[in-house]
Design a protein around this ligand. Structure first.
Ligand code: NAD
Length: 293
């Protein structure tokens, strides 16, 4: 049993912390939202009054926060100054590569090992403990973190040095954003051509147009019962988060001199969608905008 501090208990962090509790670890939980902490306590975690309190005896710290600025702030102000000797730091948030490397460097200067370990698999994967982790950091730190990550995920990949997990994640999510738009366009065209959504799903899911956005997260109601389309696009993964990731991909593409024209288009479309009152909706709700609604 390890002493784990878990900071950021939202849509993803909540069920991830619950899986650590299930595997008999001692989880000290903190979030700015009292309700999120209360839910974690219901699942077996111990309430911490602050991030500083959560980390003070921890052997392992896991963070699952919205964006780079939150990660920088929480590590600089609360985590790094209050850690016990030898603690291993695991940031699972999706953030920019630069912030990930900056925080890892600060940790290293203080003698702590840190990895970036963003995830893929959504709330469903977080709940089922089947997330994919893409990890950036030294091989030895990856080895130490692996047994903990295995309690929350199935596919654990060491992507390279510090920041490589974030780099893999933004490439993945750029593909996801583009493919969700492609599936939405296909289904809206099918609708105009008089096709039944279930029949189109049956064809495409076993044909060359198949992809994760279709098979696991179909943006129209019906074919995939667990997809947010069946609950009025309640998130899941918000349009605001998808926009954040697409903008991170654009920022990285521009810095690296990579051409990502469809990624740029997807960022524009998700910006339109999120900024017209849909930021908190699931990202698959973009199908409604494509439908013209
Ligand atoms: P969320 O908004 O549901 O949860 C974030 C939590 O962090 C909130 O509960 C918030 O109160 C808390 N928080 C913010 N600042 C804090 C601070 N200073 N101290 C303590 N707690 C703080 O977001 P989420 O959907 O759980 O996503 C978290 C991260 O995971 C994001 O980086 C996102 O891009 C990534 N991600 C999300 C999904 C998904 O499907 N939701 C999938 C893969 C990756």
């Amino acid at each position: 049993m390890a002493k784990i501090a878990f900071i950021g208990l939202g849509n993803m962090g909540g069920p991830m912390a619950a899986n650590l509790c299930k595997s008999q670890h001692h989880v000290s939980a903190f979030d700015l939202s009292e309700a999120a902490v209360a839910q974690a306590v219901d699942k077996g975690a111990h309430k911490a009054k602050s991030a500083a309190e959560a980390v003070k005896d921890a052997e392992i710290v896991v963070t699952m926060l919205p964006a780079g600025k939150h990660v920088r702030e929480v590590y600089e102000k609360d985590v790094l100054p209050n850690l016990a000797k030898g603690a291993l730091l695991i940031d699972c948030s999706t953030i920019d590569v630069e912030s990930a490397r900056h925080v890892a460097e600060l940790a290293s200067k203080k003698g702590f090992e840190m990895i970036d370990a963003p995830v893929s698999g959504g709330v469903g994967g977080a709940t089922a403990g089947t997330l994919t982790f893409m990890v950036g950091g030294p091989e030895a730190s990856f080895g130490k973190a692996r047994p903990i990550l295995e309690k929350m995920g199935k596919n654990i990949v060491h992507a390279g040095g510090s920041g490589a997990g974030q780099a893999a994640k933004i490439c993945n999510n750029m593909i996801l954003g583009i493919s969700m738009i492609a599936v939405s366009e296909g289904f809206m065209l099918g609708k105009k051509l008089g096709l039944d959504a279930q029949k189109l799903f049956n064809v495409v899911s076993t044909a060359s147009g198949s992809c994760w956005s279709l098979v696991n997260y179909c943006p129209v109601p019906g074919p995939v019962p667990a997809s947010p389309a069946n609950r009025d696009y309640q998130a899941g993964f918000t349009a605001a988060m998808m926009l954040k990731d697409l903008l991170l991909a654009q920022q990285a593409a521009s810095a690296a001199g990579a051409s990502t024209p469809l990624g740029a288009e997807a960022a524009q479309l998700f910006s339109l969608f999120a900024n017209s009152g849909n930021a908190g909706k699931d990202f698959s709700g973009i199908v409604k905008m494509i439908e013209g609604k």
